[in-house]
Design a protein around this ligand. Structure first.
Ligand SMILES: *Cc1c(COP(=O)(O)O)cnc(C)c1O
Length: 435
């Protein structure tokens, strides 16, 4: 007979048997190592294996870290409008490749191309799985077997295994480094051009900053150099920003429209950083360049799925309508003022009659490879528990439900009000009250 706890999980009989065998094997190993009581935990271990398989595989999390684009927590949350569009695309059929009126085959991304055209000025676009695949496909399709010029200061690692020199090598293009780590001039690129050169690649320094004695040419200058020598200018801009970040007290982050206006032939960006949409790689640029990428066999292997396209189109519509600041969560978070956040923390505190909680001024960061080292003044709920140190409290918050990911700073646990989503106040209070 099944233990009641196992029966309650309602798993298929064979799945229960496999989990039990795994638990028994593990207990046996522990007994062999001298833990003679390990057999007592077999039922509990089976239940926990089954629970892992059957419950909340990706439980929702309240982000109290103050990092807006938090890669470990899933990067950008999408807007309600985008989430609905993605759910509808996932659960039904949709007019993906069919031109609805005629019933003929059309392009998968034609609405997205039309939106990106009005938002960035680019002639054409192609959406792939993520920015890493966009850059890889571009180098492979446009520069395979030929040389690509990259500034020494831009032959960088973006994180998670994306290193420009490695991506170039894998793509079949040949990396030619020009200039120095801190200073590179237009004439450094010119000096490296020969008959094997295919392109100049500019990489945005998304997750670090070189400061001090530095120089690098404007994108416009690079476009002039490239086009005077019949080369392509490719840019990996990273964050895919469509709004002027300085309006929110942040440093200027290059926008997609600026890159196109400066003369880049191709610009690649992520869909789930400052654009605030689903995971995607967005390639925009000249028709000839995009069509060469689209026709390459790898394009099929890297293509975006229907939920991504639906979510991206819905996200871009916010920018077209002009409501991105309120509706796209990344921009809602970035546009909150310190005074507004201070008030939000005060509202939380009013529900928490507990001396362990207080309000403190802090700094949020954009994260996700955008605006490195730049912070925004914010407010956080601070927790100081006389019974437990900060790391223990943080661990409890991460392990109970609702799950809260806080930040630990100076022996305090902080929950930054900027990154808690607008509809999460009640859940957060539930988590805090059960501490
Ligand atoms: C984030 C980033 C990437 C990788 O983008 P993914 O969408 O995570 O694949 C590549 N280049 C730059 C400059 C980036 O900032």
């Amino acid at each position: 007979m099944l233990a009641p706890a196992v029966a309650a999980l309602e798993a298929q009989h064979e799945v229960v048997v496999r989990c039990a065998r795994q638990a028994i094997d593990e207990a046996r190993q522990r007994i062999l190592r001298g833990d003679l009581n390990a057999g007592d935990t077999v039922v509990a271990a089976t239940v926990s294996l089954l629970a892992e398989l059957l419950h909340d595989p990706y439980p929702p999390v309240i982000n109290g870290t103050g990092v807006v684009v938090q890669t470990n927590l899933g990067r950008a949350p999408v807007s309600t409008h985008a989430a609905r569009a993605m759910a509808a695309a996932a659960s039904g059929y949709m007019g993906l490749e069919t031109v609805l009126a005629s019933g003929e085959r059309g392009g998968r991304g034609s609405v997205i191309t039309a939106l990106l055209r009005v938002l960035t000025g680019a002639e054409q676009s192609l959406v792939v799985n993520n920015n890493a695949s966009a850059v890889f496909l571009a180098l492979r399709a446009l520069c395979g077997g030929r040389e690509v010029l990259v500034s020494r200061g831009e032959a960088v690692e973006i994180g998670g295994g994306f290193r420009i020199p490695d991506v170039l090598r894998q793509s079949g293009a040949v990396l030619v480094e020009v200039g120095t780590t801190n200073r590179t001039y237009a004439h450094d690129y010119v000096a490296a051009i020969n008959e094997r050169t295919a392109a100049i690649l500019r990489v945005h320094a998304s997750n670090f900053a070189i400061t001090g004695f530095t120089a690098r040419p404007e994108l416009r200058e690079l476009a002039e150099v490239a086009h005077a020598h019949d080369l392509l200018l490719l840019e990996d801009v990273g964050s895919g920003c469509l709004l002027a970040t300085e309006r929110f007290g942040l440093e200027h982050e290059p926008t997609l429209a600026e890159s196109i206006a400066a003369g880049a032939d191709l610009v690649c960006a992520s869909g789930d950083k400052l654009l605030g949409g689903p995971q995607a790689g967005i390639a925009i640029g000249r028709t000839k360049v995009i069509e060469t990428m689209r026709r390459h066999p790898l394009a099929r292997a890297l293509r975006a799925d229907k939920t991504c396209l639906a979510g991206l189109a819905a996200t871009l519509q916010h920018y077209a309508r002009g409501d991105a600041e309120e509706s796209v969560p990344v921009w809602w978070m970035l546009s909150r003022t310190a005074a507004w956040l201070e008030q939000r923390v005060a509202t939380w505190l009013a529900h928490l009659d507990d001396g362990r909680f207080s309000s403190v001024a802090t700094q949020s960061v954009v994260g996700g490879g955008s605006l490195p080292g730049k912070t925004l003044p914010s407010y956080a709920l601070s927790i100081v528990d006389p019974q437990r140190n900060a790391d223990v409290v943080a661990r409890v918050l991460r392990s109970q439900r609702p799950i809260v990911f806080p930040r630990v700073e100076d022996q305090r646990v902080l929950i930054d009000a900027r990154t808690v989503l607008p509809e999460q106040d009640d859940e957060l209070l539930v988590a805090l009250k059960s501490l």
